[in-house]
Design a protein around this ligand. Structure first.
Ligand code: GDP
Length: 295
């Protein structure tokens, strides 16, 4: 994860590491390299520019501190700024309602169904909740089967209505079923599309209206870089979601999506997917991710 970015940042730092103090010139040079490294990692242009301007300003402002080396100082500033860029602190799910309704949205292949299973597992196992999964992807019968298999794997019931092809009705039935059975969490998996289209947006908005979810999680494949950020923006404009789930961070993703989404869309990343297994889910910690990127 982020190997390329780590290598490039490391190289950029080397410019400063050999220097005795921070000057306008060596900081400017280092920032140029860092900006290049961020753009290569598919970070949004504006995000990269604002970020490097801010780091530069802070570095020059702290020049009086002579107790640490310029390299150390810059690492510290970069670490703080990267953490801020990704949202600062952990942004927990609000699961206080009974039942709490969580709507899962995103394009086909993003990892919605897999994440729905993982989230059910996490909330049952780590938070002591009694979740119900709702199979709302009516266009892909395989998605319903897939959710049933995952539900079985994580010992969470799945609400299915194979007679219906109305995602809004199924979502409402799912919530009613949860209330009947005493499930305090309802996770509604929804249908995606290959690309954003009006039908998808109208449908997912209608499901939102019908179920009044407490959390709407937008699931997106981190490997798609800038596209992930653009898709997130379009979904957020229509849905006003509460958080982002970045999947496939176990692959050789360049990191751009993780670094840009918060600043472009202004919604926090809440979870990251790190594999296909049901346990491969982490709560997103901006500070840990920043340390990881800086190596
Ligand atoms: P959906 O169409 O959005 O419901 O996507 P799926 O949940 O069916 O996932 C699409 C593919 O991505 C499947 O093969 C999943 O196993 C895989 N997948 C999902 N999340 C992750 C992840 O975090 N890491 C990896 N490596 N694969 C994932």
């Amino acid at each position: 994860m982020f190997q390329n970015l780590q290598d490039k940042l490391d190289r950029a730092f080397k410019v400063l590491k050999g220097q005795g103090n921070i000057t306008e010139i060596n900081v400017a040079e280092t920032m140029k390299e860092i900006r290049k490294a961020l753009l290569d990692a598919d970070v949004n242009y504006k995000t990269a520019k604002t970020f490097t301007d801010e780091v530069k300003q802070k570095a020059l402002g702290q020049n009086v501190l002579t107790s640490i080396s310029p390299g150390q100082l810059l690492t510290k500033i970069m670490n703080d700024e990267l953490t801020d860029l990704m949202g600062g602190t952990v942004n927990d799910l609000d699961i206080s309602q009974n039942p709490t309704v969580i709507l899962i949205a995103g394009l086909n292949g993003a990892g919605k169904t897999t994440f729905s299973g993982k989230l059910a597992n996490y909330l049952r196992d780590k938070k002591g909740k009694k979740p119900l999964l709702v199979a709302g992807d009516v266009y892909r019968p395989a998605a319903v089967d897939q959710l049933q298999v995952l539900g079985e794997q994580v010992s969470v019931p799945v609400y299915v209505n194979r007679e219906s092809n109305d995602p809004i009705a199924i979502a409402k039935e799912g919530v009613a079923e949860a209330k009947r059975n005493g499930n305090n969490i309802v996770i509604i998996d929804t249908a995606g599309r290959l690309a954003i289209d009006e039908a998808l947006m109208t449908e997912i908005t209608a499901v939102k209206e019908a179920t009044q979810p407490h959390e709407i999680l937008f699931v997106v494949d981190a490997m798609t870089g800038q596209d992930a950020v653009n898709t997130a923006k379009t979904f957020n404009d229509r849905l006003d979601f509460t958080g982002v789930v970045l999947t496939k961070l176990d692959g050789d993703t360049r990191g751009g999506a993780a670094l840009s989404i918060k600043s472009v869309v202004n919604k926090p990343i809440k979870f990251i997917g790190t594999g296909e297994k049901m346990e491969a889910l982490d709560v997103f910690h901006p500070d840990r991710m920043a340390s990881r990127i800086l190596g």
